[in-house]
Write a protein that binds this ligand. Structure first.
Ligand code: PDD
Length: 279
């Protein structure tokens, strides 16, 4: 069963509860997180809550709940949902007040949903997916996990409409990240990824994959990748909480090699991380 929490209580996920003057609704004035649950256990929850607090702090929003309270709501939600392979979505907004750009003096609002996680078939992972390069039209603070996702949703839609799985965004000739993922390339045995500046979200999966590579003795270089560099990679993949590691088979018309020894090794190492937590 899908579960939702809003206004301090568990509610029916289909219930109409967001007041018209919710600032998340009117301004996209808030921040969010997505946490993957494996076999009933939230994975890297502390890291996600760290990032949620960082994002809230960056937009000058005071968290309405403590970390312990959030974890308690998640635990109860998971129990009510009875879903073992789940995705927890958390959203914190600047509350409910008559529309005015100025910050209102009202408490922040906390929302959560718990739904079945998306599953990706082994065949799809084996085959890899197609991505398309699109201009990165987002703002200067992409490290904040803000609700303002308009450029991201437009990029994703354009990608899928044109037969791709993900949009890889390009700013001034350099690859930044996916519309909802981070990107990696492998060349001559070295793993490359865009540096964690303000231009990308500092993905939790990205950090975990870098740690896996270091443990496996795979050299990691954080480097601005131009389009030529990225499209001539030996292997490439994107990462996120929802997809884990997804191999890229094609970048627009450019087909990448089908042999992906390092991507496969990294994915196994990443799976071992959450399997260890779920035991
Ligand atoms: N998206 N970059 C962007 C723009 C993202 O939206 C995401 C995640 C990532 C990967 O971050 P992480 O590894 O911490 O999930 C990178 C989530 C899953 C979403 O919006 O649904």
């Amino acid at each position: 069963m899908e579960v939702a929490y809003y206004g301090g209580a568990f509610i029916d996920i289909h219930e109409k509860v967001i007041p018209i003057q919710e600032r998340g609704h009117q301004f996209g004035d808030g921040v969010y997180e997505v946490i993957r649950v494996y076999d009933g256990h939230p994975f890297m929850m502390e890291e996600h809550l760290d990032r949620l607090e960082m994002s809230a702090n960056e937009i000058l929003l005071k968290m309405p709940l403590t970390r312990t309270e959030i974890k308690e709501i998640a635990a109860e939600g998971l129990q009510r949902a009875g879903i073992k392979e789940a995705e927890i979505y958390i959203q914190v907004t600047r509350g409910i007040a008559a529309r005015n750009h100025l910050f209102p003096d009202v408490p922040a609002q906390f929302a959560m949903t718990i739904r079945q996680a998306k599953q990706f078939s082994p065949e799809k992972r084996q085959h890899g997916v197609s991505v398309t390069l699109l201009e990165d039209e987002r703002w200067a603070n992409c490290f904040i996990k803000s609700l303002n996702l308009l450029p991201n949703v437009i990029a994703k839609q354009k990608a899928v409409t044109n037969g791709h799985e993900e949009a890889v965004l390009v700013r001034q000739g350099f690859v930044t990240e996916g519309s909802s993922s981070n990107v990696f390339a492998i060349k001559d045995g070295i793993l490359y990824t865009t540096p964690a500046t303000k231009r990308i979200l500092h993905g939790i999966t990205r950090s975990a994959v870098i740690a896996c590579a270091e443990k496996l003795g795979i050299p990691v270089v954080e480097k601005e990748m131009d389009v030529d560099f990225f499209t001539s990679a030996d292997e490439a993949f994107f990462t996120s909480t929802s997809v884990e590691i997804m191999p890229i088979a094609k970048v627009d018309e450019k087909v990448l090699p089908a042999d992906r020894p390092i991507t496969n090794k990294l994915h196994k190492a990443y799976q071992a991380l959450y399997q260890a937590v779920a035991q």
